[in-house]
Design a protein around this ligand. Structure first.
Ligand SMILES: *[C@@H]1O[C@H](CO)[C@@H](O)[C@H](O)[C@H]1NC(C)=O
Ligand SMILES: *[C@@H]1O[C@H](CO)[C@@H](O)[C@H](O)[C@H]1NC(C)=O
Ligand SMILES: *[C@@H]1O[C@H](CO)[C@@H](O)[C@H](O)[C@H]1NC(C)=O
Ligand SMILES: *[C@@H]1O[C@H](CO)[C@@H](O)[C@H](O)[C@H]1NC(C)=O
Length: 449
């Protein structure tokens, strides 16, 4: 085999392997829907440790696009799923922001005018500005946005001049390996974390027994005696599906409601995010031990609800959003695991049921007062739990008879297939040339030919 041939062969193999990598690890294409798997920055843990960090400028699909789904799970360095009994995914949220172009690197203490949160459509005043985010239920909760809808991001006309659009994660993960009280650690009970001050060194209120103020980044939940260090790295692996933006996509807005929203009494949306559930009185039949919490919120928009899901913590039973006339907009129930494996962990909420109303069938009216109801079991007390409800609303009532193939073949796909084809042609050429060479040098035909 001549040096030229060897070189061509090497090049062809290199090209093919690049093509193979692109098709497996990053973009797959069907009907113009693209899918890419990303890894969060490394999260280093040891038994009992808490990581609650903000990661700026995370990997995210570029351009003016419509997000179709956002799935995630925690994996180890080999990419193997980590069950919730080991790393409890308290929450993760993906937040969009605009960063001033002159800023080199975003930091938590940046001047707020250099780093502007580009929030979802509402309704709470602070916090809950994310577009995507769940907790322990991440593996088995559907996030798919049905056609012809999509969550529009990356629209260059919405980005202020001098800024660029970026995304950040807040990931809160608790390593409960070897802890004395696994569920207590996941509920951030202050006694297990041995803290008396919050993250900003402010003393905790005397009646504060559990919640995020006790399990901030770097805190340590109590482990059993003799537990080895067990340091390891985990990642949040996330898969985003999207299509390039086009006029045939109906944009949906993201709204997040919170059962602690005090709007009914204060007319402000100063949501508390967390609350506690007291244990029911002894002597009450255990099936009556349900804590029901409700809040009213008015929405400044009207439109079609195309998706709905609740977020609850362990102990949660179900949650529903009702219209002013009492109609059910969406009811979302907790799914508990029954085994040990990732996605089916006993005692944990491993999924939430979702709502996909028939397009146009569930409407919300402008200024309608909605009631959010969330139910927790009060057989045991719970601290730092949440009652959120996430809905997607299409404001425009565009006609819904759209053609099946609404998304055009993208440029990326043409380039991708172009490169693949080129690789294949080169590979065939090299194989043929190689065989000829082999035969002319007196080699033998391979068994396959
Ligand atoms: C709890 O915190 C106090 C003060 O920070 C420290 O002196 C004590 O050793 C801690 N106890 C445990 C069990 O970690
Ligand atoms: C919400 O509004 C309904 C209807 O106006 C009212 O009956 C209910 O008491 C309100 N609930 C709360 C928690 O404010
Ligand atoms: C919450 O619990 C109450 C009382 O048991 C029940 O009437 C209601 O239907 C429950 N709501 C949901 C959304 O499960
Ligand atoms: C839950 O997630 C696991 C892991 O991704 C998967 O194997 C399982 O089929 C899912 N179960 C359901 C009911 O969706």
């Amino acid at each position: 085999m001549s040096p030229t041939h060897s070189l061509v062969l090497l090049l062809a193999i290199a090209l093919l392997s690049i093509c193979a990598q692109t098709s497996q690890a990053s973009v797959t294409l069907e009907n113009g829907v693209k899918s890419k798997v990303f890894l969060s920055p490394k999260i280093t843990q040891h038994p009992g440790s808490v990581s609650n960090k903000y990661y700026y400028d995370i990997d995210f699909p570029k351009g003016h696009i419509a997000i179709k789904s956002f799935n995630a799970e925690v994996v180890n360095e080999e990419g193997k799923p980590i069950p919730l009994q080991e790393t409890y995914l308290h929450h993760w949220v993906a937040i969009r922001y605009y960063q001033r172009k002159t800023i080199k690197e975003a930091k938590h203490n940046n001047n707020p005018s250099d780093l502007v949160i580009a929030s979802n459509a509402g309704v709470c005043n602070s916090g809950l500005s994310q577009f995507f985010g769940l907790g322990s239920e991440t593996r088995n909760t559907s996030t798919h946005v049905p056609d012809p809808y999509g969550i529009e991001v990356g629209n260059p006309h919405e980005v202020p001049i001098g800024y660029e659009e970026k995304w950040m994660f807040n990931i809160h993960a608790i390593d409960t390996r070897g802890t004395v009280d696994v569920m207590g650690c996941t509920q951030c009970r202050c006694n297990l974390y041995n803290v008396t001050k919050d993250e900003n060194s402010q003393p905790l209120k005397p009646n504060y027994v559990g919640g995020l103020f006790c399990c901030y980044d770097g805190t340590q939940c109590k482990v059993k005696n003799g537990i080895k260090s067990g340091k390891r790295n985990v990642y949040m692996k996330y898969t985003i599906k999207w299509v390039d933006w086009s006029d045939s996509i109906i944009p949906v807005k993201v709204y997040i409601f919170d059962v602690t929203d005090p709007w009914q009494s204060t007319r402000s949306h100063d949501c508390l995010i967390e609350f506690d559930v007291k244990q029911c009185a002894t002597g009450v039949a255990s099936n009556d031990c349900t804590n029901t919490k409700r809040s009213n919120t008015s929405v400044p928009i009207g439109g079609d609800v195309v998706y709905g899901v609740a977020h609850l913590h362990s102990g949660g039973i179900g949650s529903a959003l009702y219209g002013e006339d009492g109609r059910v907009i969406c009811s979302s129930q907790a799914i508990y695991g029954e085994g040990n494996e990732a996605g089916n962990e006993a005692g944990y909420i491993v999924g939430m049921t979702t709502c996909y109303p028939k397009p146009g069938s569930i409407k919300i009216n402008k200024d309608e007062v909605l009631t959010l109801e969330s139910n927790y079991s009060s057989q045991k007390s719970h601290t730092g739990v949440m009652g959120l409800f996430y809905i997607l609303v299409a404001e425009s009532s565009k006609t819904l008879d759209y053609p099946d193939q609404i998304y055009q073949e993208s440029k990326v796909s043409i380039i991708f297939w172009g490169i693949s084809l080129l690789g294949l042609v080169m590979f065939t050429f090299v194989v043929v040339a190689y065989r000829r060479q082999w035969q002319s040098e007196g080699g033998y035909d391979s068994i396959a030919t």
